[in-house]
Design a protein around this ligand. Sequence first.
Ligand code: ADP
Ligand code: MG
Length: 358
Amino acid sequence: MKKNVYVLYGGISAEHEVSIRSGKTIIQYLDRNKYDVHPIYINKKGVWHPLGITGPDIQEEDLVKSSDLSIADSIAAFLHTDYDSSLENVFFSVLHGTGGEDGTMQGFLKTLNVPFTGNSVLSSAVTMDKGITNRLLKANDISQAKFIVLDRWSLDSIEDIDTKEIIEKLGLPVYVKPCNAGSSVGITHVKKEEEFKEAFELAFKYDPRILLEEEVLGVEVELTVVGNKEIKASIPGSYMSQDQFLDYDDKYNNPNQIAEIPYPKDEETQNKLKKLAVKAYKACSCMGFARVDIFIRKGDGALLVNEINTLPGMTTISLAQRLWEQAYGLDYPAFIDMLIELAEEAHRERNSLVVDRS
Ligand SMILES: Nc1ncnc2c1ncn2[C@@H]1O[C@H](COP(=O)(O)OP(=O)(O)O)[C@@H](O)[C@H]1O
Ligand SMILES: [Mg+2]
């Protein structure tokens, strides 16, 4: 009997479109000899649209549906008609950002007691928040840019923020980011003191907590880290044009972005990066897989962790799988199989834990 793999894509976040592309890629590469593949499109309002069992060649326009159901009714209908808990099921979510990468979907799937790929409730929630992540990395002596976290609720007004003090601590330019956003949404590269106010207003639209960081000049590299108990990092890679702030369009809509794999070329730095990526992954209790982004600072070559993405892009131009393939020779279907095996291992572990006093 084949396993049922439910692929969740779309979702309520600003990364809805890229999630559809990630979903299409996973649906295309899941091995039909092993799995019955059930795409589930989640629209921007959070409504579930199960497509039933599909083949690998489904077109992007057929992956998007609409209906008038409420979220609750759509999930109830799915559980009632498309899902059988007595079968072997796995959920493969490629919902990036809010509602998918922040632990909420993981909590729902955990409640259903079904295996799901990727990170746990805890590691998803922790790494979704750039402020909490930075504090956790700091507590584990992991090097990163100097930073300040500001909380909207402890300020009477944005005017109260002491920008002189910020400049004293972080210098200029400063990156102002909402703690919880992704894909460069709500981020401003502040070059002059006068630009802070607008940057704060923008970032606070997305989250009542914001992160201010000193600018790191250098190159940002990415590593894929995989595992639950035994954890390994891929080789590092980088986008050629990455000495500048990449906005949403650069990241997802620019087909001319060329990845250099591996980057950097020298093995000593590659090994240091791998160690650092694994340390950061473990510090945040990550599971399944994640992409760890690290700056190599120009001048002194310092390695500074930027962030951990627990549900990185999975399109064919995304680096996550390509880095792994070049490091360990696993093609896309084998990479997906590995993530499903890790999901099942994590599920078995969860179910072996004692939760009551008997
Ligand atoms: N402290 C920093 N110094 C230099 N560049 C930064 C800094 N923080 C962010 N950036 C630039 O902005 C991009 C987006 O910021 P990031 O924190 O990675 O947010 P996102 O979750 O949107 O990917 C990074 O890829 C990098 O190019
Ligand atoms: Mg990033």
